[in-house]
Unconditional design. Structure first.
Length: 467
C-alpha cells in the first residue's frame, strides 16, 4: 500500500463510521470492475459505502487532500468499464444511499438518492398513479445514480425518451468535496448553462451524484403487442419505416436478427419460427391500442412479413414480450452449450433507423468473416442495436477475432452516420473510438471540461476522456 493510501485510510477512519470502510480482499475484488469484458481493472485500496451525502463529501475531500483517485460505483451493471477501479483508489459505492424521498403527484416529480433500484422507484411512484418511464434491461438491479451517470436508455425509449429526459435536478459532490445543486423543480427553466445535462452521461468523471429530482408521468395504459417475422432484413426494415412514417407512436419496436430468433426459438418460445431472417416485436400503449395494433399489423404484412401474431389481451401481449426477455437466458444457454469459457460481449451502436437493414446485414457479414456467432438485437424504433459476440475466453485466437469484430462493428456504425454508443457509455472500452467519432475541436473541449471540474484528474481517471 502506498504512503498516500495509508494516510487516506487513517484519515477516513477518523471521519467515518467503521462499517463504512471495507478493506478485506474479497470485497476489494468484488468491487474491482463492472460487467464489461476487455476492460482493464485495478485493485482498490478501500471500498467506501457512505449512507449520507455528508459522508460522501468527507470521502471526496479526504481523497482530494491525499491525492488519491476515487472511482464511483452503483450496482456495477455497466457494460463499458466506466466503474472499473484503478490501483490504490477509493471505490465509492452509493448502494447504501437508497432512500426515496418526496413523491409529489401535483408537480409530478420525485426526489431520491442514487442507490435506489430503478424498479423500486417505478413501483413506489405507481402507488400514486404515476410512472418513471426509463426501463434499462437491468432495471431490477441497476440504480438511479448509475442510470444517470451513464445516460441509460431502455426498451420504451422510442416513445418515452431516455434517462436524461427525466432528470430535473441533481445534488452533486465535486472532486474536491464541494457540494452543489443543479437544475430546478419546474417543468421549464433556462437560467444559465444546463449543468444538469452535463452531469447526465458523464460516467462519474465530473462529480458524484448524491441526490436526484426526477420527472414523472401518468401511469401508462395497458399495452398490446404483436410479433412479426420476416424473410429478410430488408422487409423488416421496410416495416419499421412504414410504422414510423405512418404517424404511429409505438411504445416499443424491438428487433431480433436471424441468429437471435433461432436462439429464442430453441430456448422454447412457441411463437418464434427459427427459419425467419428477422423478428419484430411491436408494442402500443395508446389509450385504445387495438386499432393502432391492427394498423401496424397490416403494415408489417404489406412490408412482407410471413407471420404476424397480434395480441388481443394483456396476457397474450406478455407472451409476446416474453420473447424479448428470453434473449439473455437463450444466449446464455447457447454459450453454455459451447464448452470452454464462454462469454458474451454486448455491443451498443446506434444508427439512423433507415440504415438498420444495411447495418444488421453488415454485422452478419462481419460474423461470417471472423468465424464468430454474433447475435443482434435492440431497439429498432430508434436505431440502437446491441450486437452480442459470443466467444470462448479460453481460446486466444477466438478472443483476438472477437476484438477485431468489435472494432469492425463500431466502424460500420460510424460509416452509416451513427454513434459508437447509444446508451451504455464510453468508459474505458470506447475511449479511443470517442476520438474518432468527435471532431478535434469537440474532443478538445471535452478534455477542457474535465480539467475544469477535476484539475488533478482524481475522479474516475482514465474514463471517457483524459484530462
Amino acid at each position: 500500500m502506498s504512503p498516500h493510501s495509508s494516510q487516506l485510510l487513517s484519515e477516513l477512519r477518523e471521519r467515518l463510521p467503521a462499517e463504512t470502510l471495507l478493506t478485506d480482499p474479497e470485497t476489494l475484488a468484488a468491487h474491482a470492475r463492472d460487467s464489461a469484458p476487455f476492460s482493464a481493472a485495478g485493485v482498490p485500496a478501500v471500498v467506501a459505502l457512505p449512507r449520507t451525502a455528508a459522508q460522501v463529501e468527507d470521502v471526496m475531500r479526504t481523497a482530494y487532500e491525499c491525492g488519491v483517485p476515487v472511482v464511483p460505483q452503483g450496482a456495477r451493471t455497466g457494460l463499458a468499464g466506466a466503474a472499473n477501479a484503478v490501483d490504490g483508489c477509493v471505490v465509492l459505492s452509493t448502494l447504501r444511499m437508497d432512500r426515496i424521498g418526496t413523491i409529489d403527484p401535483v408537480n409530478r416529480l420525485v426526489r431520491c438518492e442514487p442507490g435506489v433500484i430503478t424498479k423500486d422507484l417505478h413501483d413506489a411512484v405507481a402507488k400514486y398513479g404515476l410512472t418513471y418511464p426509463p426501463d434499462p434491461a437491468s432495471w431490477e438491479t441497476c440504480t438511479i445514480g448509475g442510470n444517470i451517470a451513464t445516460g441509460a436508455g431502455g426498451i420504451c425509449c422510442v416513445k418515452y425518451g431516455v434517462t436524461a429526459d427525466y432528470v430535473l435536478g441533481l445534488d452533486v459532490v465535486l472532486p474536491d468535496g464541494r457540494r452543489m445543486r443543479t437544475g430546478r423543480d419546474t417543468a421549464k427553466g433556462v437560467a444559465g448553462y444546463d449543468l444538469t445535462r452535463l452531469f447526465v452521461g458523464s460516467e462519474g468523471t465530473l462529480g458524484v451524484i448524491v441526490g436526484a429530482t426526477l420527472a414523472l408521468r401518468p401511469a401508462r395504459p395497458t399495452a398490446l403487442a404483436l410479433l412479426a417475422q420476416f424473410p429478410s432484413l430488408t422487409t423488416a426494415g421496410h416495416a419499421v419505416a412504414a410504422i414510423s412514417s405512418s404517424g404511429y407512436t409505438p411504445s416499443a419496436v424491438e428487433l431480433l436478427d436471424r441468429a437471435t430468433s433461432q436462439a429464442v426459438a430453441a430456448f422454447g418460445h412457441a411463437l418464434l419460427r427459427p427459419d425467419s431472417a428477422a423478428t419484430l416485436i411491436v408494442e402500443s400503449d395508446a389509450p385504445d391500442p387495438a386499432p393502432d395494433l391492427a394498423a401496424m399489423k397490416a403494415l408489417c404484412e404489406d412490408a412482407g412479413a410471413d407471420q404476424v401474431v397480434a395480441a388481443g389481451t394483456e396476457e397474450e401481449s406478455q407472451k409476446i414480450i416474453e420473447a424479448r426477455r428470453l434473449v439473455s437466458p437463450a444466449l446464455g444457454a447457447y454459450a453454455a452449450s459451447l464448452g470452454g469459457q464462454p462469454t458474451a460481449f454486448i455491443e451498443d451502436v446506434a444508427v439512423p433507423p433507415s440504415e438498420l437493414p444495411k447495418f444488421v446485414g453488415t454485422i452478419e457479414e462481419i460474423a461470417r468473416r471472423h468465424r464468430l456467432r454474433i447475435f443482434t438485437l435492440g431497439h429498432a424504433g430508434d436505431g440502437n442495436l446491441h450486437p452480442t459476440v459470443v466467444f470462448d475466453e479460453s481460446d486466444p485466437d477466438e478472443v483476438r477475432r472477437a476484438r477485431i469484430a468489435y472494432d469492425d462493428i463500431m466502424a460500420a456504425g460510424l460509416e452509416l452516420g451513427g454513434t459508437t454508443t447509444g446508451e451504455h457509455g464510453i468508459g474505458t472500452l470506447k475511449r479511443e473510438w470517442l476520438g474518432r467519432e468527435l471532431d478535434a475541436v469537440s474532443h478538445g473541449l471535452q478534455r477542457e471540461i474535465k480539467r475544469l471540474f477535476d484539475p488533478r484528474n482524481l475522479l474516475n481517471p482514465g474514463k471517457v476522456v483524459e484530462a
